[in-house]
Design a protein around this ligand. Sequence first.
Ligand code: GLN
Length: 196
Amino acid sequence: MKIGVLALQGAVAEHIKSLEQAGADQVVAVKWPSDLEGLDGLVLPGGESTTIGKLMHKYELMEPMREMAKRGVPMFGTCAGLILLAERINGQDWSHIGVLDALVDRNSFGRQVDSFEANLEVAGLEGDEPYPAVFIRAPHIMEVGPDVEVLCAYDDRIVTARQGNLLGASFHPELTDDVRLHKYFLGMVETAKASV
Ligand code: GLN
């Protein structure tokens, strides 16, 4: 199983470490279109979505990544990565990869709490323990389409959702030691690989 982590901005090393701890055989940093070859899954880290989107165009990654998502290669977007996946972004008439049937709102947890931690109940994770989530200028999902499964809401806001092979989280799973969400994603990758 070969997983890529988009390496244009954000906590790339932390995602690679979490994926390895979660049991991925091979994890590579993705910077160029050729790095996408042979990937069974791709993680899109947090950072600043407008900047990452611009860099994706500059490095000619936008189209190949959109094609990969449409072919059903599993993708996991965290924080800004979730914004990159979303079809609709509140207050703007354009999106980035635009494959997840959802409307997202950027920086939506208010300025006074730009960063915070919360214990979440995320559906589908191993065990009963709450999942410790780190939110940093986090987006939330305002609306989802009929094929989107809501895995977690916090404060009446959707913060984790899945549509087929696409997974999105508002927070930063790579910044905690709990790798259950990365494991969940690797499970999606295994299932997708087995069905090819
Ligand atoms: N606020 C950022 C954006 O809109 C996302 C923040 C993050 O990834 N930590 O892109």
